[in-house]
Ligand binder design. Structure first.
Ligand code: FES
Ligand code: MG
Length: 576
């Protein structure tokens, strides 16, 4: 319980002479908004407003702010909305990942700077939820995550479509000459038919589900569509819960424990979630003092099957998962793999929450655990002389016949080089080759773009080839699929072995045995290393870009800034 003298407007008083005068000033100013003393003498729940004209994924934030405020007021506290920056995937130059840590610092510092007893974080688009949870973990006041919710699906010539797995599918068909200019223009209008986050198991859906599993979201809060009444009700509930959390001083460190992160990782695997989820969970766990152990995560993945039939690993959309009961339906199947006694934002345990949620009807979106969609978890961790610090492959979205593959490397030295040459009719490449992209990691691009989903060279795509092995230190969108090895660590910019690969080298990928091998001798690699020079980026001598380049960590540490990560007190998943 919190001492009354440390509540509401009295919290964190700055000193203008004496604290009574500071409070007097605060009240004088906020009364300019028309508040009464009665309103101001209550606990305060901050509500993070991330509406932005650039962010269609957050188009419903104004509605959600109103619903959260209603919940807070019904529970007897004062809601105070405030803005932070908002990041949309398509409108964040050079990449949204580059700005994620900026948003996390904004969130943390605005929570610290302003008086509030709890905070409702409203996010949704890929980077926003991780940024908010990172900020909340560091600020460590009672915090609850609300997401904007998935968009509805659209319809194109009678076919159901949704961002953005279908964006990629249609673009690939257009590149291969299957569809014409008119059709690609037509579908462009249908892929995002309204506000909300991408409706497939991309990063936004993944982060929504893992956050609910982590215990940081109202039960059932991950899946209601952005435009639904359920979504507004969850917002109201989140407001109510925030007031209760403030009274109980239910801070993030009591919820985001090692066991809770294991629950989140279990759900990441079982949903066939986005590979970005692993980077973000590493970053959030890092803020909570826990280091991600990739090898333990891989071991976990061998036991947790993929259960959820959503694109890109499966066929359906988030609105279908919502109708199937949302995350609680998944959690019921996973019960034997979860820590059910973890505390959540409800003040009850995950197991108690699951028992209270409706479910149990016949549905076809979440498989029974004894009849999974895919026997192993969605992701595998590879190691070898090409990735001493690890690399990730989303095996549930890869081609089974390429999981073991040996081929000749065709190397692109940067994203720009790839863009310039990949469709060149004279490019020396066959379908059995392995495309390698360098300098697209955290520092290399910089900002670790989603360039890992390299296009199949046009002449090969035109021959009907849909997939090739592709390897990079980049990320890929959670909405993409293919046999794509990502997050190669250390990245090439840091002089990792990826930087030393040359066209013509042989690379062996062996997912079942979790290896990624560059078949070049150590002596030869040592020789090549002597000639290594990191590329030079413009504008790194000032501002946020300098901070980023000086302090960003590698993918296995979540690409957080080193100075924001406390010394770890443990690792996650814990050893079995
Ligand atoms: Fe925002 Fe996909 S672009 S969730
Ligand atoms: Mg995305």
């Amino acid at each position: 319980m919190v001492d009354d003298a440390e509540r509401g407007l009295k919290k964190g008083l700055t000193s203008y002479g004496d604290s009574a005068f500071s409070l007097f000033l605060r009240k004088a100013f906020i009364k300019g908004m028309g508040y009464s003393d009665d309103a101001l003498d209550r606990p305060i729940v901050g509500v993070v407003d991330t509406f932005s004209g650039y962010n269609a994924c957050h188009a419903n934030v104004p509605d959600l702010v109103e619903a959260v405020k209603r919940g807070v007021q019904l529970a007897g506290a004062l809601p105070v909305p405030f803005p932070t920056i908002s990041i949309h995937e398509s409108f964040a130059y050079p990449t949204s990942m580059f700005t994620r840590n900026l948003m996390s610092m904004d969130t943390e510092e605005m929570i610290r700077a302003q008086p509030m007893d709890a905070v409702v974080l409203i996010g949704g688009c890929d980077k926003t939820v991780p940024a908010q949870l990172m900020g909340a973990a560091s600020a460590n006041i009672p915090a609850i995550q609300l997401v904007t919710g998935p968009m509805m699906t659209g319809s194109h010539r009678g076919e159901r479509v949704g961002a953005c797995t279908d964006c990629r599918r249609f673009w690939a068909r257009y590149r291969a000459g299957d569809i014409d200019d008119q059709e690609i223009a037509e579908v462009n209008t249908q892929l995002v038919p309204g506000g909300g986050t991408c409706g497939v198991m991309g990063t936004a859906s993944t982060m929504a589900l893992v956050t609910e599993a982590l215990g940081m979201m109202a039960p059932g809060g991950a899946t209601p569509p952005a435009v639904s009444a359920d979504r507004r009700r969850i917002a109201e509930t989140s407001g109510r819960l925030a007031v209760q959390m403030a009274a109980q001083d239910l801070t993030p460190d009591k919820i985001m424990t090692q066991e809770a992160f294991e629950n989140a990782l279990t759900v990441l695997l079982a949903t066939g979630g986005s590979t970005n989820g692993i980077v973000h969970l590493a970053a959030i766990a890092g803020r909570a003092g826990l280091k991600l152990d990739l090898d333990q995560f891989d071991r976990m993945g061998r036991d947790i099957p993929v259960l959820v039939d959503l694109k890109p690993s499966g066929q359906n959309y988030m609105e279908d998962l919502h109708r199937a009961g949302g995350l609680p339906t998944i959690l019921r199947e996973l019960k034997d793999h979860l820590h059910l006694d973890c505390l959540t934002v409800t003040g009850r345990t995950l197991g108690e929450n699951i028992d209270e949620m409706p479910g149990g009807w016949t549905q076809s979106i979440v498989s029974r655990i004894d009849k999974p969609l895919y026997r192993e978890g969605g992701m595998a961790v590879l190691r070898g002389n090409l990735a001493p610090g690890g690399a990730i492959v989303k095996q549930s979205a890869a081609s089974p016949d390429l999981m073991t593959h040996r081929g000749r490397a065709v190397v692109f030295s940067s994203v720009a080089d790839m863009g310039a040459r990949v469709d060149d009719p004279d490019l020396d490449v066959t379908a059995d080759d392995i495309l390698v992209l360098q300098n697209a990691g955290p520092k290399g691009a910089p900002g670790m773009p989603e360039a890992g989903y390299m296009p199949i060279p046009k002449k090969i795509a035109a021959a009907g080839v849909k997939d090739m092995v592709r390897i990079s230190d980049a990320r890929m969108s959670g909405t993409a699929s293919g046999t794509i090895v990502l997050h190669v660590t250390p990245e090439s910019y840091e002089g990792g072995p990826l930087a030393l690969v040359r066209t013509g080298d042989i690379i062996a990928l062996d997912v079942p045995n979790r290896t990624l091998t560059l078949e070049v001798s150590d002596e030869e690699l040592a020789e090549r290393r002597k000639a290594f020079l990191a590329p030079v980026h413009d504008g790194c001598d000032r501002g946020y870009k300098k901070l980023y380049m000086d302090t960003v960590t590698q993918a296995d540490q979540g690409c957080d800034f080193a100075f924001l990560i406390p010394h770890p007190s443990g690792s996650v998943p814990g050893a079995k």
